[in-house]
Write a protein that binds this ligand. Sequence first.
Ligand code: MN
Length: 215
Amino acid sequence: MAHQVPPLPYAYDALEPTIDKQTMTLHHDMHHGAYVKNLNTALEKHPNLADKSAEDLIRDLNAIPEDIRGAVRNNAGGHVNHTMFWKIMKPKGGGDPSGPIAEVITKTFGNFKDFQAKFNDAGTKQFGSGWVWLAGKPNGDVQIITTPNQDNPISQGLYPILGNDVWEHAYYLKYNNRRPEYLAAWWNVVNWDEINHRYAALKAGKEAHEPALAR
Ligand code: MN
């Protein structure tokens, strides 16, 4: 079975006013849709890769045949990134984190506000399209990183615990060129339960495999 776009776990307008309905519709159906379509097209040339999850495809990009390596990097990356992105947001989300993710944020960054400030600053400074992440190691250590385009921390041996999409397609209709305003508002829709689930999976030595990606 080819890769598929997972349905949004809420309505297109459910994250209003933080993220508007038109942005969600275009972002999920058209942008994520295109990554999946292009990934499936690339994989047609190498049927031996058909059974690999999108996460496994980007884990070791050097193992991907050269003729589709760029396409897999961009489109399997886009698929993994956005599948996470929809799930780590929810209507009436936000607030302060709790549980293990709150503890490691406090341990690493001093307090939640300082973490948010550093994360937002990194996302603001990512030049052009990309993502800002809280990424972790299996020992539970976490760090803020940015990646260009659809690159994912998995490709550098780190696990994406949470990430925000700073491509203009994620915010431009509502926030125009005001990326910092989008980054600040995004925390209002963050789903800390799902993020704690991802952090727990990392520390348990397994990934928070999405059902849609566990193929
Ligand atoms: Mn996007």
